[in-house]
Design a protein around this ligand. Structure first.
Ligand SMILES: Nc1ncnc2c1ncn2[C@@H]1O[C@H](COP(=O)(O)OP(=O)(O)OP(=O)(O)O)[C@@H](O)[C@H]1O
Length: 789
């Protein structure tokens, strides 16, 4: 500040110096011939107390023109001298001299006055200049002060800032100092430790010297042993080679097991078909048997009726015979009576007539009785014939029935045998399937390429996807050509565009079956939008051939649970369905949603929780008990209607959310008291897509961003698992947190990567395939069965 002031202060003395009036010096005037002596103290007369010097040399010489005062310095002493100058005594009375003397003095004084006038004038001028200088200086001073004020304010602010910084630095200093103290402590401790270590080192060195000596001795002995070791090493190498061979054999065994597995699968399918045929035959025979039994019962009934009829006829016949006998007896009596009458001809003719009439009547009755008897005899014969026939039919039916029963028994035995074979095969299948999964220890990946659609706008000729035919990647590989460069990928299974929904399902049916055996199973479909994820998972429910994996899996689960009931298994199943839309969970089975009340589940938290045994729960989610495929189908329909679907440039009916279907299966075996807890998670992910390609805007853009974010969280989790990092970022998105138990290790997980064959989608297809290849290489551990006895 001080220096600033000094820099900006106007140089006041500069002007004064140039215009300074020197005090008259004691020089002698060069002209005028008057000798001037030093007078007074060299100061101006009382007019000024200033010590400024007045010099005649600085007065304009022009102003002294006509006077002879140039070169004279008019000091006070000089004026006093002129004033006090006395006339010389000798000329006191000389008037002329006196006049001359006075004239000279007057002239000197006049010169002096003139000089002073000029000096005054110049001083006034000087004063004016100085005033204007002072004013300008004052103005400058004011300006400078203003500037300085502003600067002071700025500097004050800077000071405040600096003070803050200072406080901050002080704080840091304090921290640093405390750290320094800690470090000093640590250093001290380290130094102590170092001293201790040094001591120890010294002791160790001593000991090591000793040990070195011993070691040298040992080396000697070891050298001897070395030869022995070399021999052992050779043996070990041979052993290693044999182990490698054994490993190769195991690999071959695994391959054989796989082939066996496949064969068993085929056998199982054949047995299943046989079983179905036998069951059909059995059912037909059962129907036949039932109809035979019915006809036998009918025949027995008929026989009984006929027997009754024959009994009746026999009773009737007996009655008729009795009547006839009675009539014959009566006729006989009458005949005897007639004979007696004829003998007694003396009796009246009228009596005779009566007897004759009665006889005739009796004969008539008798003949009619005979006719009736004949009819009854015929009827009886016919009834006997019928009975005979009926007996024969009954015997025939009985024989047929016995034959059928034998056949049924035979079929039942065959069925039981087939079922036990199926059971054995099933157990073997489970064992092989689990062994394969344990050997693989990773997420399995199946790839599916959808057919070209008219909407793709490309023709098949421009095909950029091909399937290798080499032995090792047949049915597993896919080649993709982009910009003339070929990219090759191999997965666990490859489904070309020609594969039907049933062919795809056959490959996952064992996995689905594992859910009934108490495993956690997770199947999810990944791929760009419009690549066929929803088609693969849900399919077209209105067409039986195009049903997707979800309905087919559920059908299989219900069928198997029914067939396992003969082994004592009873299952309870609970279904739930949710979607994750814009990082928010929505309950797809909520009654409010179904009733079209929109998302009126406000207040529901839907938080994801995992328990200690790796089961996942979502609070407030609707869970429905299901026991038939029909119930589940209606739930699937309800959920499909509730799901958030939109139209993008890439897909007319694009799923804008991740849909998760969960079926919890609790099984209990009454005979073995075994209990299993399986979970089947079937997930249709939202499509990955590039913002630029999808041309999304507004809310669709937000949806797309949310989808891409959660899919990128999924890939972060997968890559973190692949790198076996300590921290896996499961909590970065709702999707990954929900799938944590499936991705984290103890479940059987399968990913479908869906690919579009459209050449314009090759960029996305390549990204999807690369991601899938990383997923396939990701080891997540061995799945565990949830079982308790
Ligand atoms: N294997 C296939 N056979 C016949 N048509 C298929 C097949 N896969 C997909 N499609 C058809 O392709 C179209 C898009 O399929 P889909 O809706 O399943 O794709 P997506 O991957 O689920 O899309 P988004 O992620 O947008 O929901 C549908 O019309 C579907 O019927």
């Amino acid at each position: 500040m001080a220096s600033f002031r000094s820099q900006n202060k106007p140089p006041l003395n500069t002007n004064l110096a140039t215009s300074s009036l020197p005090i008259p010096s004691m020089k002698k005037a060069s002209s005028g011939g008057n000798e001037i002596k030093k007078i007074g103290n060299g100061k101006l007369p009382n007019t000024s107390t200033r010590t400024r010097q007045v010099s005649i040399t600085n007065v304009d010489s022009g102003s002294n023109a006509g006077s002879d005062c140039s070169g004279i310095e008019y000091t006070k002493e000089y004026i006093d001298e002129v004033l006090n100058e006395k006339l010389p005594q000798k000329n006191r009375f000389d008037i002329k001299m006196k006049c001359e003397h006075l004239g000279g003095r007057v002239k000197k004084l006049k010169d002096c006055i003139k000089w002073y006038g000029e000096v005054e004038e110049s001083l006034l001028l000087e004063q004016q200049k100085l005033r204007s200088l002072v004013e300008s200086s004052e103005r400058k001073c004011v300006e400078t002060e203003e500037k300085m004020g502003k600067r002071i304010e700025e500097l004050d602010a800077e000071i405040v800032e600096l003070k803050k910084n200072c406080a901050c630095l002080e704080e840091r200093l304090a921290n640093v100092e405390s750290e320094k103290m800690v470090a000093t402590d640590a250093l001290r401790r380290e130094q102590e430790a170092r001293v201790a270590v040094e001591k120890e080192q010294a002791a160790l060195e001593e000991r090591s010297q000793q040990e070195l000596r011993i070691a040298n001795q040992k080396i000697e002995s070891l050298k001897k042993d070395c030869d022995t070791y070399k021999t052992n090493l050779k043996n070990s190498q041979e052993y290693n080679t044999s182990l490698q061979q054994y490993n190769a054999t195991l690999q071959k065994d695994l391959e054989t097991q796989k082939i066996n597995h496949k064969r068993l699968e085929e056998e199982k399918v054949a047995i299943f078909k046989d079983n179905i045929t036998v069951k059909g035959l059995y059912n037909r025979l059962q129907d036949d048997l039932a109809s035979f039994q019915a006809s036998r019962d009918e025949a027995i009934k008929k026989k009984e009726a006929l027997k009754d009829e024959v009994g009746c006829l026999r009773a009737e016949l007996k009655q008729v015979k009795d009547d006839r006998d009675h009539q014959q007896l009566e006729a006989h009596n009458l005949m005897e009576e007639l004979a007696k009458c004829k003998e007694i001809s003396g009796k009246s003719s009228s009596e005779c007539y009566n007897v004759t009439t009665r006889l005739k009547a009796l004969e008539e009755i008798c003949s009619s009785q005979r006719e009736t008897n004949q009819i009854l005899q015929d009827q009886l014969a016919a009834a006997n014939e019928k009975l005979k026939m009926s007996d024969m039919a009954t015997w025939q039916t009985k024989t047929e029935f016995e034959e059928q029963s034998r056949l049924v028994q035979d079929l039942q035995n065959r069925l039981a045998e087939a079922e036990s074979q199926i059971l054995e095969g099933e157990n073997l299948r489970k064992k092989l399937h689990n062994t394969i999964l344990e050997l693989k220890g990773n997420i399995r990946v199946f790839c599916r390429v959808r057919p070209l659609l008219p909407a793709d706008g490309s023709n098949g000729e421009a095909s950029v996807i091909s399937f290798p035919t080499s032995a090792e990647s047949l049915g597993r590989g896919i080649n993709l050509i982009q910009n003339g460069q070929k990219h090759q990928f191999v997965f666990d299974k490859m489904f070309s565009h020609e594969c039907s929904q049933q062919e795809v399902f056959v490959e996952i049916s064992q996995l689905v079956q594992s859910a009934l055996d108490g495993y956690k199973v997770c199947i999810f479909a990944y791929g760009q939008t419009g690549s066929g994820k929803t088609y693969t998972m849900m399919g077209k429910t209105d067409s039986p051939e195009q049903k997707g994996l979800i309905p087919r899996s559920l059908e299989q689960i219900f069928q198997s649970s029914q067939s396992l009931s003969c082994q004592g298994w009873k299952y309870k199943m609970q279904a739930s369905m949710l979607e994750i839309y814009n990082e928010t969970i929505h309950d797809l089975l909520s009654p409010n949603r179904a009733s079209g009340a929109g998302n009126s589940n406000a207040g529901k938290t839907y938080t994801i929780q995992h328990d200690a045994s790796g089961n996942t729960y979502v609070s407030d989610l609707t869970i429905v008990d299901v026991s038939t495929i029909r119930e589940v189908s209606s739930l699937l329909q309800q959920a499909a209607q509730s799901r958030s679907v939109g139209k993008t440039r890439m897909n007319e009916q694009s799923s804008r959310s991740h849909m998760v279907f969960t079926l919890r299966i609790s099984g209990f075996n009454e005979s073995t008291e075994q209990q299993v807890q399986g979970v089947l998670n079937l997930i249709d992910l939202a499509g990955s897509e590039r913002l630029s390609k999808s041309e999304s805007t507004g809310s669709t853009l937000r949806e797309t961003q949310a989808i891409n974010k959660s899919l990128s969280s999924l890939s972060d989790v997968i890559f973190s698992l692949a790198k076996k990092e300590d921290h896996v970022p499961f909590r970065n998105s709702k999707l990954t947190y929900l799938l944590q138990p499936c991705l984290g290790g103890n479940s059987k997980t399968l990913m479908f990567v869906n690919i579009s064959p459209d050449p314009s989608s090759m960029g996305e297809s390549l990204c999807s395939l690369r991601f899938a290849a990383r997923v396939n290489a990701c080891e997540i551990g061995v799945p565990q069965r949830q079982i308790c006895v």
